[in-house]
Design a protein around this ligand. Structure first.
Ligand code: MN
Length: 264
């Protein structure tokens, strides 16, 4: 049975932006919204705001945070100068997403990072990235497909004992691939959950949080044709529902306790 609308956990999805000269418009592929909605979550798009403290305050009403795909993370955030092969960087988006990811980790709010989102999550937690697979990872396979978005171009091997491995319940799965950056040093409290055959890290997860997972592929583009990819969104929404229960239960108890005084 579909949960009542009020019971759907609120999943914040941070918007990207596109620049047209001086004008910027917020932009987010609808596939993220659709995948969360179909998994039983209530998607809510978070705008890029200037004040990162304001951005963090949105987490007060959210039950989960989804970090979407996009351009490159500025390597300054992991202590490196830019490689000549660095792609486009968006300082405003980096600032908002890193602040949100760090605060969500502090709150143990469920986080799902997709592609760039996995990289943001890893950097927020203290890890680093390859700025360009092609020039930094010897013998790498192709990770930037020109095949259709939904098409699974390469295989990833899942760590059976990892949360991601338990979610997918298979040892390997074929995935799409649209990245030229990749996780280099895994954040201290995180572990590798999946790799492609060239040893590029394709999924990471926190060992210290209820649900902080990043995948390098784009499951939101695959869910229509490959139902196995829906398992990831289902697990994320389930974790968000549990977070919502934790968040609302004490508040309701507190409200009941203070109600008579408030009336007086
Ligand atoms: Mn890949």
């Amino acid at each position: 049975m579909e949960p009542a609308e009020g019971q759907r956990p609120l999943i914040g999805i941070v918007s990207g932006q596109e620049r047209d000269g001086e004008a910027a418009r917020l932009a987010l592929p609808r596939a993220y919204v659709s995948a969360v909605e179909k998994a039983g979550g209530a998607p809510l798009v978070i705008p890029l705001v200037e004040d990162t403290r304001l951005a963090e305050s949105y987490l007060d009403v959210l039950d989960g945070l989804l970090l979407a795909g996009g351009g490159d993370v500025d390597p300054a955030h992991f202590g490196e100068d830019p490689s000549p092969h660095l792609g486009s960087v968006d300082p405003e988006r980096d600032a908002v997403e890193l602040a949100l990811a760090r605060r969500a980790l502090e709150l143990d709010l469920p986080i799902l990072g997709i592609c760039r989102g996995m990289q943001v999550l890893n950097v927020a937690a203290g890890g680093s990235l390859y700025q360009d697979i092609g020039t930094q990872v010897p013998h790498a396979i192709q990770h930037r497909q020109s095949a259709p978005r939904w098409y699974p171009l390469h295989e990833v091997r899942l760590e059976p004992e990892s949360l991601v491995g338990r979610i997918f319940q298979v040892e390997s799965v074929r995935v799409n691939s649209f990245h030229h950056q990749a996780v280099r040093t895994v954040a201290p409290s995180f572990r590798v959950a999946a790799k492609s055959r060239d040893a590029v890290i394709e999924a990471v997860e926190s060992r210290a949080h209820a649900f902080a997972v990043g995948v390098q592929w784009h499951p939101e583009c695959m869910v229509e044709r490959y139902p196995v990819q829906r398992l990831l969104f289902a697990a994320f929404v389930k974790a968000a529902r549990a977070a919502r229960a934790r968040r609302t239960a004490p508040a309701e108890t507190a409200r009941a306790a203070t109600a008579p005084a408030a009336r007086g």
